[in-house]
Design a protein around this ligand. Structure first.
Ligand code: SF4
Ligand code: SF4
Length: 114
């Protein structure tokens, strides 16, 4: 798998000292293009789908492209991290959207006062 970057949505993380995706990709696979200033991936084959860049992009410009053997060509998966869960949005090849939620942290229960 690899990531897809929507260059229309990417604003190069203007105002930040370094683009979030570039700064945090553990494989140093992302950069800004010298001509358009938009993010791109150097070599998609080296991406191991950690989804760090997908979760951190403030413009939601990055999606995970699923391989055709899993979900057919053009299917994408986007995780949006919340405080206690991740919401996954799966878009299939027909453009139909399904959402799933996975809990990452149980909300703290209020303790009863003695
Ligand atoms: S999914 Fe992970 S390895 Fe792939 S480009 Fe994004 S941050 Fe880098
Ligand atoms: S994090 Fe998003 S907006 Fe920022 S440079 Fe990367 S793709 Fe563009």
């Amino acid at each position: 798998m690899t990531v897809l970057i929507d260059k229309k949505k990417c604003n190069s993380c203007k105002g930040l000292p370094e683009p979030r995706c570039v700064q945090n990709c553990p494989g140093d696979l992302l950069s800004l293009g010298s001509e358009d200033g938009k993010a791109f991936i150097w070599d998609a084959r080296d991406c191991w789908d950690c989804m760090t860049c997908v979760k951190l992009c403030p413009r939601r410009a990055i999606t995970t492209k699923l391989p055709y053997v899993l979900a057919d060509y053009k299917a994408t998966l986007v995780p949006i991290a919340g405080k206690t869960s991740i919401r996954w949005t799966l878009t299939d090849k027909e453009g139909q959207v399904e959402q799933f939620e996975s809990v990452t942290l149980q909300p703290k229960k209020k303790e009863a006062r003695p």
